[in-house]
Design a protein around this ligand. Structure first.
Ligand code: C2G
Length: 448
């Protein structure tokens, strides 16, 4: 019996896939089809896959062409499979020509002409399209705009704000709007990243125009305003999503799941450090109108693991701030430490734009601890360490684009109603905001 094997994601199964399977089947007597797992697809950069594995397997099964269906989960599995299943022929579409020549050592490799004019990417782009407008005065917006290229069915509808922050090539190809409402009208969703006061106005204006909003953290600096904005989203039947990268990093989410499943026992302390001195020169010169202070720039990220692991119900908080001495127009914290005491644990969130720390995240438990090295918030690697170092475990999950494309994929899914529970809960957002509000209102101890 001549065995043939082929592999694929088979997302939104179409005639190109079926035509491939039919020809692969004709090459032998028995066809094995390897369908890629969700995790493997994400790790190899395919983050737009629409259907979960179970649906993709079902679709391949329903073609009646596969004699056996297996799951492809890791790089190099093809060699294992060819050996374990005594495969004679490996067949795949011509878009992979030469990429699998190394398998000739184990079986005959056949590249079959790809069916032109159809692809899962095309099918994905046809549905759930997002016209995403950008409202910003921060250069970070360039990264987010570039990352839209990796997300199916997100088009950039235009930009409003400070055009000087746009990089030249983007400025040439993106429509720059003079009027914010015009941009909002031309979009069905907005990415907004401005200084908090201005951001609140823009977010409210977009929500009232019944547009979905991805608002960069901090959403705002008052809990009451945060409640108002989420209520406005609800009243207008649109989604308001907090913009952060970390929650969308696979490694960060696996870390949270492991902590919750007890791999380090009961967590008792979380130390989260986020510092950066990239703007320190401007800060020293007093040019801070477009610079984020420690708390507003970093606290939402630094607080995230604390609030997602310990929750929002802390017993007490103490905040220590070192402020910029110059007579700047607004209070500007160079360094802030937020210490939270919980019924069964403590947490330290340390942020600074005038100081440099190790930018790690440590979660201490009664069986072991988790260590995430710098920059922990672009999570792609973490270690679980125990008293007996032989038990230590290391985890790595590829992170492309700093997590921005993952964030955009998730935002698209929330907007399209594919996801109803946001990774960052409202409670976390409200608690984050309440701590920033304490700082805004001066509820802290100042150090010199
Ligand atoms: N295909 C095709 N014609 C198309 C689209 C896809 O012949 N218009 C073929 C591909 O070449 C592949 C199979 O159909 O052989 C499945 O395609 P995808 O689901 O896109 O899977 P892919 O990402 O190509 O996975 O490690 C190899 C991968 O698992 C192949």
């Amino acid at each position: 019996m001549k065995k043939v094997i082929t592999y694929g994601t088979y997302d939104l199964l179409h005639e190109g896939h079926i035509h491939l399977l039919e020809r692969a089947k004709k090459l032998g007597d028995y066809l094995i089809v390897g369908v890629t797992s969700d995790d493997f697809d994400r790790r190899r950069g395919k983050i737009n896959v629409r259907q979960p594995l179970i649906e993709r397997i079902e679709a391949v099964k329903n073609t009646g062409l596969a004699d056996e269906i297996i799951i492809e989960e890791y790089e190099g599995q093809k060699i294992d499979d060819i050996r374990n299943y005594n495969v004679d022929i490996f067949a795949i579409g011509s878009d992979w020509t030469n990429k699998f020549d190394y398998l000739n050592e184990y079986c005959t490799v056949v590249y079959l002409p790809r069916t032109e004019g159809i692809s899962s990417t095309q099918l994905r782009s046809k549905e759930g399209g997002i016209q995403l407008g950008f409202i910003s005065e921060d250069a970070f917006v360039n990264k987010v705009i570039r990352e839209t290229a990796y997300v199916n069915s997100i088009q950039v509808s235009g930009f409003y704000g400070d055009p000087s922050v746009l990089e030249a090539d983007l400025k040439d190809k993106i429509q720059i709007f003079e009027d914010k409402q015009d941009l909002i009208d031309q979009s069905n969703a907005l990415y907004i990243y401005e200084q908090p006061k201005q951001q609140v106005k823009s977010v409210a204006q977009a929500l009232e125009s019944k547009r979905h909003v991805l608002a960069e953290a901090p959403l705002c600096l008052s809990v009451e305003t945060a409640h108002d904005l989420f209520n406005k989203a609800e009243e207008n039947h649109v989604q308001l999503v907090l913009g952060l990268r970390t929650p969308y990093c696979t490694a960060y989410n696996r870390l949270l799941l492991m902590v919750k499943s007890g791999v380090i026992g009961k967590p008792v302390q979380i130390q989260s450090v986020c510092t950066s001195m990239k703007d320190y020169e401007s800060i020293c010169e007093g040019k801070i109108e477009h610079v984020w202070s420690s708390a507003s720039g970093w606290a939402p990220t630094a607080l995230l693991p604390i609030l997602q692991i310990f929750g929002p119900e802390y017993v007490s908080s103490s905040i220590v701030v070192k402020k910029l001495a110059s007579s700047s127009s607004r209070p500007f914290d160079l360094f802030t430490n937020i210490h939270l005491t919980y019924p069964d644990g403590v947490a330290d969130c340390t942020v600074g734009v005038g100081y440099r720390g190790d930018n790690s995240l440590t979660i201490i438990g009664d069986r072991g601890y988790i260590f995430v090295p710098s920059p922990w918030w672009k999570t792609d690697y973490f270690e679980i360490r125990y008293e007996d170092s032989n038990e230590n475990k290391r985890y790595y999950y590829q992170l492309d684009g700093e997590g921005i494309r993952n964030e955009l994929v998730e935002f698209k899914r929330i907007v399209n109603g594919d996801i109803t529970i946001q990774r960052v809960s409202k409670d976390v957002v409200f608690t984050m905001t309440s701590l920033l509000e304490k700082i805004k209102e001066g509820n802290y101890v100042t150090i010199q």
